[in-house]
Design a protein around this ligand. Structure first.
Ligand code: HEC
Length: 104
């Protein structure tokens, strides 16, 4: 009985940590976005028509594009080196930040 209880706790905390890993942290994303803001705007509203807005974009789409830039599935000489150093968690965090911004 006691053993089952301990296994249950371990299972629950594992699930919790998996959930925490999957959801993006917008505050962490914001601090990571300093370099991105040079082109995409500090709040994801780009001032240059050649650079896409990220404000209000769907988070899963942003994550997918970043993964594709990193893997080379989507090719862009500007974005490839931007995406390279990002971890999956960085991408989730950046996506959480940009999706929470208002498009202007
Ligand atoms: C030097 C300017 C520049 C910087 C810095 C930059 N980007 Fe980009 N980004 C671009 C350009 C240009 C594109 C469009 C690429 C294309 O035409 O495929 C783009 C595309 C994207 C897209 C895809 C948007 C879409 O609508 O498909 C995402 C997501 C993105 N950038 C995120 C980021 C993140 C996150 C960072 C910071 C880690 C960043 N970018 C830094 C210029 C930049």
């Amino acid at each position: 009985m006691r053993r089952l209880f301990i296994v249950g706790i371990a299972g629950a905390s594992l699930l919790l940590s998996i959930n925490a890993g999957a959801a993006g942290d917008a505050a962490a994303g914001k601090s990571k976005s300093a370099v991105c803001g040079a082109c995409h705007g500090p709040d994801g509203n780009s001032s240059n028509p050649m650079w896409p807005n990220l404000a209000g974009q769907h988070a899963p789409y942003i994550v997918k594009q970043l993964k594709d830039f990193k893997s080379g599935a989507r090719k862009d000489p500007v974005m490839a080196p931007m995406a390279k150093p990002l971890s999956d968690q960085d991408m989730e965090n950046l996506a959480a930040y940009y999706t929470s911004q208002k498009q202007k």
